[in-house]
Design a protein around this ligand. Structure first.
Ligand SMILES: Nc1ncnc2c1ncn2[C@@H]1O[C@H](COP(=O)(O)OP(=O)(O)O)[C@@H](O)[C@H]1O
Ligand SMILES: [Mg+2]
Length: 326
């Protein structure tokens, strides 16, 4: 565990700062029904991204609003447990956002959200410490963060404006926003983005009218993004870096338990490794390895691989050796 790291520094400087909402997950093995047993977890795309970035060795801050009740306390404990600095968390009265999921790795997943008007969606520009965001190596936000509320979208814009490297995951969720709104957000934010990470074929088709990953990447560069990493599920990543295209294949997963959160593990790892000095293609390779291991765990942080496990997986060695946070 790297919880010490969060107290070691007091300079207020972060390698990676992530903006979003942390959700409590209630997962069941059986379809939703009265009497079905459930398990609590802490999740949400921003939280998963922050966890992956911290595991990759970055000093990570999470800008999110938690309630003042026991659920907020539980979320904060898990944040610290994963080595994410709690300094940028905000607490105020309100209802913790929750979602229910019935996960079946081979079949359909059922989701039900209880997040409308949640305390997390009250995120606003007033919650930002702009000098801290300005000094951060990278600032990460997603389409989900923008879709929480108007004030959350304003916060993302304010953060993107001051960030040295603004990283945007379009993360389109039809239950949270319309395609038109998601497209507008992408057009608005792409010009500020150092890196955008859309998924193919879902987001490239729906948000960019692209029929290939390469076409999706080029249209984001046309919109003003500096670099684009199009994630193509179990196949790999199409990277467009400063006009140069390259294909970075996925590493076959030893075990697939839950593929949700693969994109989050990828994104957090890429943001962290690039801020820590890796050239982008190398950071993407690291992200591909981290995501391939992360799909072996349940939920976004069921398996958060350590750097040693990731290096081993990159060299096709046994990734399950030891030391991971399972
Ligand atoms: N089943 C899998 N096996 C190995 N790697 C995977 C698998 N699924 C996803 N990945 C890796 O994670 C990255 C992100 O996954 P993807 O499904 O495209 O993102 P998202 O979760 O945003 O939809 C992929 O580019 C790939 O490198
Ligand atoms: Mg994605």
């Amino acid at each position: 565990m790297s919880t010490d790291r969060t107290t070691e520094h007091d300079s207020g400087d972060f390698d990676v700062v992530v903006l979003g909402e942390v959700l409590v997950e209630v997962s069941t093995d059986a379809p939703f029904d009265d009497g079905v047993e459930a398990r609590l977890g802490v999740s949400g795309d921003a939280f998963n991204v922050a966890a992956a970035a911290a595991a990759a060795g970055a000093r990570v801050g999470l800008v999110a609003v938690l309630g003042e009740d026991e659920l907020g306390d539980a979320v904060r404990r898990r944040v610290e447990e994963l080595g994410i600095a709690p300094d940028l968390l905000r607490r105020r009265p309100g209802q913790q956002g929750v979602y229910f999921v019935h996960g079946d790795p081979d079949g359909e997943r059922e989701f039900a959200y209880v997040r409308a008007h949640s305390v997390g969606s009250t995120l606003s520009p007033e919650d930002l410490d702009l000098p801290v965001l300005k000094r951060a190596g990278a600032v990460v936000a997603s389409g989900i963060t923008c879709a929480l509320s108007e004030s959350a979208e304003a916060a993302v814009h304010a953060a993107a404006e001051v960030a040295e490297r603004f990283v945007l995951d379009p993360n389109h969720r039809p239950r949270l926003s319309s395609v038109d709104d998601a497209r507008r957000r992408l057009r608005d934010l792409a010009p500020s983005a150092w890196l955008v990470t859309p998924s193919h074929p879902g987001e490239t088709a729906e948000l960019l009218d692209a029929t290939s990953a390469a076409e999706g990447a080029r249209s984001l560069v046309d919109l003003g993004a500096r670099h684009v990493a199009v994630t193509c599920g179990a196949d790999g990543v199409h990277l467009l870096e400063g006009g140069v295209e390259q294909w970075i294949p996925a590493i076959p997963a030893h075990r697939v338990v839950d593929q949700t959160g693969a994109g989050d593990a990828f994104l957090g790892s890429v943001a962290a490794r690039s801020v820590l000095g890796d050239p982008l293609p190398e950071a993407v390779r690291w992200g591909v390895a981290a995501a391939s291991l992360a799909v072996g765990g349940r939920g976004g942080t069921g398996v958060v691989p350590t750097p040693d496990q990731i290096r081993a997986h990159l060299q096709h060695e046994d990734p399950h050796s030891e030391g991971g946070r399972a």
